[in-house]
Ligand binder design. Structure first.
Ligand SMILES: *[C@@H]1O[C@H](CO)[C@@H](O)[C@H](O)[C@H]1NC(C)=O
Ligand SMILES: *[C@@H]1O[C@H](CO)[C@@H](O)[C@H](O)[C@H]1NC(C)=O
Ligand SMILES: *[C@@H]1O[C@H](CO)[C@@H](O)[C@H](O)[C@H]1NC(C)=O
Ligand SMILES: *[C@@H]1O[C@H](CO)[C@@H](O)[C@H](O)[C@H]1NC(C)=O
Ligand SMILES: *[C@@H]1O[C@H](CO)[C@@H](O)[C@H](O)[C@H]1NC(C)=O
Length: 662
């Protein structure tokens, strides 16, 4: 569980006091009383400003990497819809609005489809990644606090046109305002970028931010706000992102870093003084009420008492290293494109365009994609390469090359040449009528020729130099060709077969370098003995006694070890060339997920979600077959391929490598 996942508890502790009395105690028993009192006060609306703690989706409408409109964000919302809220469910402000009897969700202002009624009861102007320091929003490319005020002014004008000036002003006077920001200023700007640290020592930076806060609150009052709650900042030293960035051994020795927490505490103390001053200065003239809302102590309590409160884990976010991923912005990656080769793990639909039995462009495949569209991806949703492309700021879906309608622009930012059923062994693709790696490479060359004629040789070369190449292949060679089809097993023992694959893999990587690839990521193969189809075909009692078949997984592991060594050797031989070629393991991460499936929120690992889950794959997994009610509770989607959730978790496990090397 992480900071964001703790909102539900935080909510109970924090916000009841806001609109009643500053001295009101935090007891939950008082809820009803507070509600009554609030009703008496007749609060009309809730307006929200600040950062990701209160952004309900404005960033969906701006061009930034700080987005959360994709899974697994929103997994606990109705229909698991990711809305742009940076958590698994509702935000604190949603709970506040519910309990004030206003509405259940505070929508983002930038959603242009909101009705006047929805606008009237309140919206959020907040933007994840924002802060009181203007540099913060500039770095993260999100909506800064001044711009949020501008939007509020625009909002007032819109409402005035509907209900007239006098009513609009009363409406604003009776509304509650919540401002929550400051964390990003410290975490991302002061402690991460060098600029501010050169200008200010920590005391002066706190004061600088407080000046920003004071100005912001004063502007709200000038615009008519009368009930304002300003939220302090959390114990920053305990935020997963901070621990990861600042611990010497961030993986094994994780603990709160007191220094950052002290800074936050000092800041909160000063903030209270500042707000009291603002309130005093405005009380007589405007009757404005400005209060400080503490989350510091409440959150610290949750962290120290996490087991009592029912949390299992606090040192890592509940979404892997997602927090860290969020700190990356587009500008860090100069990647121009992503090109993908391999098998069904990365084929987004090339097999739709060829004659093969291995297809998945029909329901229930793709059931969790937008509009439930089956695209030819062998899963319920996105593939790992889709997540990678999003992360690199390129595109949200890597399309299949064989779709002839793709524009040159779409092709340029990346495309997949992969084909379900393909492999390193030239005998593997023919078993499935899949596109062999050599042919995939020819398609790439064809594409390169098109690009050269469109933009010249020099630009094309430079475009490819900054592109990432991904290869995910090998599972079919072992799981299908070697262990199921008869030929290869008669010719080779498993060691020799691994060596054969390795030799072909090496040749393929070399061909990629020859056509201009400079950044290559190679994915190993999974513990194939745990794939449901392998378990079914090789267990004595496949229905009742299902367990991973180690004998098969061991061969996969041996192959991975050789592949990794081979890739290291290639990299060492290319040391000063600027070429990066890296191996990424999926074996251990997937095994970890299988062994700890409950911890990751899964209910089932022994069978796929489609049908019985024992054998269904491709045409056997079709619209007439029932599926499990909730694919996110399953590790496998069909009898071979993981669900989108597992692909996402695997993507998270690649992040470090991607950010370091590619
Ligand atoms: C709200 O107003 C009603 C009647 O106007 C009153 O009976 C009730 O005590 C008030 N509630 C609070 C908490 O002030
Ligand atoms: C920061 O600098 C100010 C002067 O600008 C000084 O008064 C203060 O003591 C310094 N604080 C720290 C923590 O060094
Ligand atoms: C843990 O919770 C108890 C009450 O539930 C509280 O008294 C105590 O202060 C909390 N511990 C810490 C370290 O905050
Ligand atoms: C092929 O690409 C075009 C252009 O992006 C797209 O509109 C179309 O839906 C794609 N076709 C399929 C079958 O996905
Ligand atoms: C496979 O055969 C080779 C000789 O071709 C031998 O060196 C190796 O030990 C054998 N491996 C296994 C696992 O039997």
């Amino acid at each position: 569980m992480d900071y964001y996942c703790s909102y539900r508890i935080l909510f109970s502790l924090l916000f009841f006091e806001l609109f009643v009395s500053v001295s009101c105690s935090r007891s939950l028993v008082q809820t009803q009383q507070i509600k009554d009192s609030v009703k008496n006060n007749s609060l009309t609306a809730l307006f929200v400003f600040g950062d990701s703690t209160v952004d309900s989706g404005n960033n969906n409408y701006v061009s930034t990497m700080f987005k959360a409109d994709f899974w697994p964000y929103g997994i606990d919302l109705p229909n698991h819809i990711p809305t742009g809220r940076f958590t698994d469910g509702k935000l604190t402000t949603d709970f506040v609005a519910s309990h004030l009897g206003i509405k259940d969700y505070v929508p983002p202002y930038l959603d242009k489809t909101l009705s006047v009624e929805e606008l009237m009861t309140g919206v959020s102007f907040a933007s994840a990644g924002s802060g009181y320091d203007p540099l913060t929003a500039q770095t993260t490319r999100v909506i800064n606090m001044d711009k949020q005020l501008e939007y509020f002014k625009e909002y007032k004008t819109r409402i005035e046109q509907v209900i007239g000036k006098a009513k609009m002003e009363t409406h604003i006077r009776n509304a509650a305002f919540i401002v929550s920001a400051g964390t990003n200023d410290f975490v991302f700007t002061y402690f991460t970028l060098p600029v501010r640290r050169k200008q200010y020592n920590i005391t002066d930076y706190q004061n600088y931010l407080l000046q920003g806060t004071r100005n912001f609150v004063q502007s709200l009052i000038d615009l008519g706000a009368r009930k304002i709650g300003v939220v302090g900042i959390p114990p920053m030293g305990c935020l997963p992102v901070m621990i990861t960035l600042k611990s010497e051994n961030a993986i094994f020795q994780r603990g709160c870093i007191d220094y950052y927490t002290t800074v936050a505490k000092e800041y909160n103390q000063k903030l209270q003084t500042v707000l009291q001053t603002v309130m005093k200065n405005n009380a007589a003239k405007h009757g404005a009420k400005v209060i400080y809302v503490d989350i510091h102590e409440a959150l610290l309590n949750i962290i120290h008492n996490y087991t009592n409160l029912g949390f299992v884990e606090w040192k890592r976010g509940c979404c892997g290293s997602v927090q860290q991923a969020q700190t990356k912005t587009n500008s860090r990656h100069s990647t121009t494109a992503i090109f993908v080769f391999g098998d069904s793990t990365v084929d987004p639909g090339n097999n739709n365009y060829i004659t093969t039995a291995l297809k998945s462009n029909f329901p229930p495949y793709g059931i969790n994609l937008p509009n439930h569209t089956p695209t030819g991806r062998f899963s319920n949703g996105k593939l790992p390469t889709d997540f990678i492309a999003s992360h690199l700021g390129l595109k949200d879906y890597v399309p299949p090359y064989l779709n002839k309608s793709l524009s040159i622009e779409e092709l340029m930012t990346g495309v997949s040449f992969a084909s379900a059923g393909s492999g390193y062994d030239p005998l593997t693709p023919p078993i499935n009528n899949a596109i062999p790696l050599q042919k995939q490479l020819e398609y790439f060359k064809e594409f390169k020729t098109r690009l050269v004629s469109a933009m010249g040789t020099e630009k094309t070369e430079s475009h490819f130099r900054n592109a990432v190449f991904f290869i995910s292949c090998g599972t079919n060679d072992l799981a299908e060709n070697y262990f199921i089809a008869p030929i290869r097993r008669y010719q080779y023992n498993s060691t020799d077969y691994q060596n054969l694959l390795l030799q072909n893999a090496r040749t393929f990587f070399q061909s990629l370098l020859d056509v201009g690839a400079r950044k290559i990521g190679i994915v190993g193969i999974p513990p194939i003995g745990c794939l449901p189809v392998i378990v079914t075909l090789n267990s004595k009692n496949a229905i009742l006694q299902r367990g991973c078949i180690d004998e098969y997984s061991i061969v996969a592991k041996q192959f991975n070890q050789k592949l990794e060594a081979e890739v290291k050797t290639m990299q060492n031989n290319l040391l000063h060339s600027g070429i990066k070629i890296v191996y990424s393991d999926i074996y251990e991460p997937l095994l970890d997920i299988i062994h700890n499936y409950k911890h990751f929120g899964f209910d089932e690992w022994r069978r796929g979600c489609c049908g019985s889950g024992l054998l269904e794959l491709g045409y056997l997994c079709n619209r007439h077959i029932p599926i499990c009610p909730d694919p996110s509770k399953f590790i496998f989607w069909d009898s071979i391929h993981p669900t989108e959730k597992v692909y996402y978790l695997l993507f998270i496990s690649f992040l470090d490598l991607i950010d370091k090397y590619l």
